[in-house]
Write a protein that binds this ligand. Sequence first.
Ligand code: ADP
Ligand code: TRP
Length: 323
Amino acid sequence: MRVLSGIQPTGRFHWGNYFGAIRQYIDLQHGNEAYYFIANLHALTTVRDPEILWRNTIEAAIDLLALGLDPDRATLFVQSDVPEVSELCWLLMTGTPLGLLERCHAYKEKKARGLTADAGLFTYPVLMAADILAYDADIVPVGMDQVQHIEVCRDLAGSFNHQFGEVFVLPNAKVLEDSAKVPGTDGEKMSKSYENTIDIFEDAKSMRKKIMRIVTDSRPMEDPKDPDTDPLYQLYCLFADPADREVMAAKYRAGGFGYGEVKKALAEVAEAFFAEFRERRSRLAADPEQVAQILADGSERARRKAQQVLQRAQQACGLKAAT
Ligand code: ADP
Ligand code: TRP
C-alpha cells in the first residue's frame, strides 16, 4: 500500500498530534511505501511571519525524525519543495463545486466566528486533495477532524476520473479509534487553537505544571467515580499499559482517592514515554546539515512520483499531448 500524510508546521507538536496522527505515520512506514510531508503551504494560510514559518518547518522535521520517522523507510519532505502539487491543485480547482468547499469545517468555523476568510483557506481542501492524489496514495492516516477533507479528495478525484478517465487513485482515511480525539487540559479536544495543549517536547517541569492544571470534577474524594467519562483517565490510558490502566480504573470505581494521584501517575508515565525521543531530538537538533540532507533527498523522491502523476493528469485533460 502507498501511505501519505501531511502535518502543518503551525507550532510545537502536542500529545493530540502524536497519538492522533504521528504515531500512525511511524507504524505505517513498516511494510508500506510511505510519504510524509510538512504542510508549509497550508500553514501559510495562518502563519504570516516568515522567520516563524521557516523555523517551525525545520523544527517539525526534527520532531518527526526524533519520534521515529525513519528516512530509510519513509520519504520525508517539505510540501512546497514539490511544485507539481500546486499545479495539480489548479487542475482539480477547475472542477470543484463551490458548495463542496462551503461545507468544509475550517472555512465554515472561521465564517461563523465572523472572521473574513481568504481564498487560501477556502480552497485549502483542494490543495490537500492535490497533496494526496499526487502520490497515488491509498491510505491517509489522520485524526478525526481531517476525515471530511479526505472525503472531498475522493469526490474531486472521482469526478475528474469520470470526466477524463482513470487518472487518480481514490484514497481512504485511516483514523485510530482509541485516540481519534485526545482531550486537552480543559477537557475539550486538544488543539493549538484552544491553548489547552501539552507539547511532546515540553520540558519536564512545565509539562508537570500543565498536567496539574488538567480540569477535573469537584466531587469529594470519597465518592466512587466513572473512569470512562474522565478526560484525565483518558490521557493516562494513552501512556499506561493495560494492567496499569485496570488498576487505575479500579481505584476510580472504589473512590477514596484524589485526582492529584492520577496526575502524578500521568506525569511519570508521560515523561518516561517521551524520554527516548527527547534524547534523539537533541542529537538531531545539533546536526542541521543531516536534517537538510534528509529533506533534500525526500523532496527529490517525492517529486519523481508527483511528476508522473501530474503528467498523467495533464495528458488526460488535454494540457499535454497524449502518448
Ligand atoms: P491543531 O488542532 O493543534 O492545530 P492540527 O490541525 O495541525 O492540530 O493537526 C495535525 C494532525 O493531528 C491531524 O491529523 C489531526 O487530525 C491530528 N490531531 C490534532 N489534534 C488532535 C487531537 N486532539 N486528537 C487526535 N488527533 C489530533
Ligand atoms: N490539513 C491537514 C491538517 O491540518 C494537513 C494536511 C495537508 C494533510 N495536506 C494533507 C494531511 C494531505 C493528510 C494528507 O492536519
